[in-house]
Design a protein around this ligand. Structure first.
Ligand code: 5AD
Ligand code: SF4
Length: 323
């Protein structure tokens, strides 16, 4: 069993760490990359997370996509050869349980896509209803395992409540993703190592790890993003510790780095990319941080083969190493 002290030892030699992470990635997922087409369907949010550019208090222009447009985009995702759609939004309760179920059912009727939800906190019955309607994966990042920082950055909220939701989702039967923000103000290396071990302990199926990128107009706009090397080292450590979970090379990672950072991340353990299918004009308004640089499907189709990777034609569920 890999321990925290082993993790610290590995971090002393990042080149070896990344090599090891690349090997594990290859053992579990070969040269396959799973693509997830993402539709950011609403940038309304009832929450006020201090780091986020679409928080309730942000004076940004808001938008919503409705059922027909979402289903239309899902069909385009399927046509481009992708097997999963991620429906992402701020916490927008205008999308009632029934309306989201309708959207999910319609996508299931019109396509063969697997549906992932990334819509934040809802009533427990809602999660069950979405699962029964056909959504099979859920992303609910824990953001930071440091309880004090969690409370400071999420006014009126507790990490333990977030993790209760994670448990509910697992019990319902979803594949569930946790994840953190690397370089979040008031956190340090010890916290990121704890994040990874928390994800191990809770046996999450996906680990979404991206850098903090300051967002103008938020209370944390004056803080800096971390160095890209730290982000890649943490992703590599996650691969070594978590072994077989799906790990995306996140849009935030690509925004902070460049193409070489993205490729470095894939060679250091990442096996998922999430091309963006939000309509062009709305995409800019889903401004959770500054300078967001979404990955397009054409770009992915060009660079992956050049780098020796292959777009997977499987549905992209976690391939468990140990059952
Ligand atoms: N930098 C990086 N990631 C951010 N998120 C929100 N704001 C920021 C930021 N400034 C991430 C959170 C959230 C997801 C929707 O976006 O991790 O879960
Ligand atoms: Fe809303 Fe998510 Fe941003 Fe928090 S991080 S303000 S819940 S969109």
């Amino acid at each position: 069993m890999f321990k925290k002290c082993d993790a610290k030892e590995l971090l002393k030699n990042p080149e070896m760490l990344k090599l090891e992470a690349g090997k594990i990635r290859k053992k579990v997922y070969g040269d396959e990359i799973f693509l997830r087409g993402i539709i950011e369907f609403s940038n309304y949010c009832r929450k006020n997370c201090l780091y986020c550019g679409i928080r309730k208090s942000s004076p940004i222009e808001r938008y919503r996509l409705f059922k027909d447009e979402i289903v239309y985009k899902a069909k385009i995702i399927e046509k481009s050869g992708i097997k999963t759609v991620v429906l992402q939004s701020g916490e927008d309760l205008l999308y009632t349980r029934d309306y989201l179920c309708e959207i999910i059912k319609e996508i299931k009727k019109e396509t063969h896509l697997t549906i992932t939800l990334c819509i934040g906190e809802r009533a427990p019955d809602d999660y069950k209803a979405f699962f029964d309607a056909g959504a099979k994966r859920f992303l609910i990042k824990h953001e930071t395992s440091n309880e004090k920082v969690y409370e400071r950055l999420h006014p009126g909220e507790k990490l333990s409540d977030r993790l209760k939701i994670y448990d509910q989702l697992k019990k319902i039967g979803y594949e569930v993703g946790l994840g953190n923000i690397i370089g979040l103000p008031f956190t340090d290396l010890e916290d990121y190592i704890n994040d990874i071990f928390l994800m191990k302990e809770l046996d999450c199926d996906m680990a979404g790890m991206g850098p903090f990128i300051p967002s103008g107009g938020t209370p944390l706009s004056g803080y800096s993003a971390p160095h890209i090397d730290l982000v890649i080292n943490m992703v590599a450590l996650a691969r070594v510790v978590l072994q077989d979970v799906n790990i995306p090379a996140t849009t935030a990672l690509y925004t902070l780095g460049d193409l070489s950072a993205l490729i470095n991340a894939l060679n250091s353990g990442c096996n998922v990319i999430m091309p963006n299918f939000t309509p062009e004009l709305k995409r800019k308004k889903y401004s959770i941080y500054d300078g967001k640089r979404p990955v397009s499907i054409d770009f992915v189709k060009k660079i992956l083969p050049e780098q020796g990777f292959r777009i997977s034609d499987s549905y992209g569920y976690r391939r468990r190493l140990y059952v």
